[in-house]
Design a protein around this ligand. Structure first.
Ligand code: ASP
Ligand code: MG
Length: 410
């Protein structure tokens, strides 16, 4: 008998009615003759509400207690979901992370799964039960309850699919799949039938929030095909896998964008071996995530450095640099806020030169200034003024023919 892991996100289980509806989706799968393991998130905005509640008690709550609190969200959903399945006449059992044998590192708030002891789940499945597992949580070796980081239920689902040798892993959510761009802003955006793991990783890391990046990494490492699909609509979703033949000819698969970016420029650094490491170690110690980095040497002994950060980190970045000015030994710093990052992603870029050129040309035609650029094998990102972000995204979406029109297959 083959096994399907079905994961439902917070919005898909946000009310009793939605839980009943989601349970029916599981039953459809069960009726096909497949064993089913269901992974659920906390209902709706529960996790956020629990975080707010904790903050009312303490501005910096103890991490162990915070995990103890947050994991209650998923525990509510598993019980209700299991009841919904039973109400429809199916035998089901709900399991918390530790009951499901999900072991993690001894870290609170952002633990990685280290091992899954599948015995309990396998026993329940062999008794014909549908097993409903709480996402986002596990247990450390010393028996403490831990969480996997925000959005971690996706990772629970993929990890269980790997450990149980599932045939497939379906992620049910409030969108019908992964789109060529955000359909809320880019009218012509089209649902993709397939994406590679690497493309999805780029999209997930670029903030296209459909799936947790760590879940995609896991799926890639264990070669688990993922399907992202709607919990409401019946239509097929987007398959994430090794390759996708259907859209082979598309060099660029999508356009992602995010605003609230600030460019930081550090002028007059000594051009020494240690300058960069000192600066970035300082920023890392302050938990500041740096994205694009550009260094240039103007005169022999002087280097200038620019990097991009999220605007939310601006104050911390300023403090970290100013407070360590003597040690870092720079002349001055400049900040430019009100920027955005627009990126094109597609694995066809590896073998097709000129994609970046085409991107810059398209942006130049509409006189969109490019402040910074970064590339990977399958991505080109450009930092542009935030006011031009959507125009830039639209231009690129059109330039790479990503819209709803049919693509010539040559
Ligand atoms: N409930 C958790 C969160 O909101 C985990 C998840 O939904 O994946 O982040
Ligand atoms: Mg999620």
């Amino acid at each position: 008998m083959s096994l399907t892991v079905l994961k439902f996100g917070g919005t898909s289980v946000g009310t009793a009615e939605k839980i009943l509806h989601a349970a029916k989706r599981v039953i459809e799968e069960k009726k096909k003759g497949n064993d089913c393991v269901v992974v659920v998130s906390a209902m709706g905005k529960t996790t956020d509400q629990l975080l707010d509640l904790a903050e009312e008690i303490s501005p910096k709550p103890d991490k162990r207690e915070l995990d103890m609190l947050l994991t209650t969200g998923e525990q509510i959903t598993i019980a209700l979901f299991s009841m919904a399945l039973q109400q429809e006449g199916y035998t089901a059992v709900s399991l918390t992370g530790w009951q499901a044998g999900i072991q993690t590192e001894a870290i609170f708030g952002n633990a990685r799964i280290t091992k899954i002891n599948t015995k309990r789940i396998e026993n329940e499945l062999s008794n014909g039960k549908i097993v409903v597992v709480a996402g986002f949580q596990g247990i450390t070796e010393t028996g403490e309850i831990s969480t996997l980081g925000r959005g971690g239920s996706d990772t629970t689902a993929v990890a269980l699919a790997a450990a149980l040798n599932a045939e497939k892993c379906q992620i049910f959510t409030d969108v019908t799949g992964v789109f060529t761009s955000d359909p809320r802003y880019i009218k012509d955006a089209r649902k993709l039938s397939g994406l590679t793991y690497d493309e999805m990783l780029e999209f997930a890391n670029l903030g296209a929030g459909v799936i947790h990046p760590r879940a995609v990494e896991f799926a890639k490492n264990y070669r688990i095909p993922l399907e992202i699909r709607s919990s409401i609509e019946q239509e097929e979703g987007t398959i994430i896998g090794e390759e996708n033949k259907m859209e082979e000819n598309l060099i660029v698969r999508g356009v992602a964008f995010e605003d609230d970016i600030t460019k930081v420029t550090v002028l007059g650094l000594p051009n020494s071996y240690t300058s960069l490491s000192t600066i970035f170690t300082t920023l890392a110690r302050h938990n500041i995530n740096v994205d694009i980095i550009i260094q240039s040497t103007t005169e022999e002994n002087i280097a200038n450095l620019s990097f991009s950060i999220k605007t939310g980190d601006l104050e911390d970045t300023y403090a970290a640099l100013e407070n360590n000015k003597t040690a870092l030994n720079y002349d001055s710093i400049q900040f430019e806020s009100g920027l955005a990052k627009v990126s094109i992603v597609g694995s066809g870029m590896i073998s097709n030169p000129g994609v970046a050129a085409q991107m810059f040309e398209a942006l130049a035609t509409d006189q969109i200034p490019i402040k910074m650029v970064s590339t990977s094998e399958i991505k080109v990102s450009a930092v542009v003024p935030a006011g031009a972000m959507l125009t830039a995204a639209e231009i690129l979406h059109r330039a790479f023919k990503l819209g709803k029109v049919e693509h010539p297959s040559a």
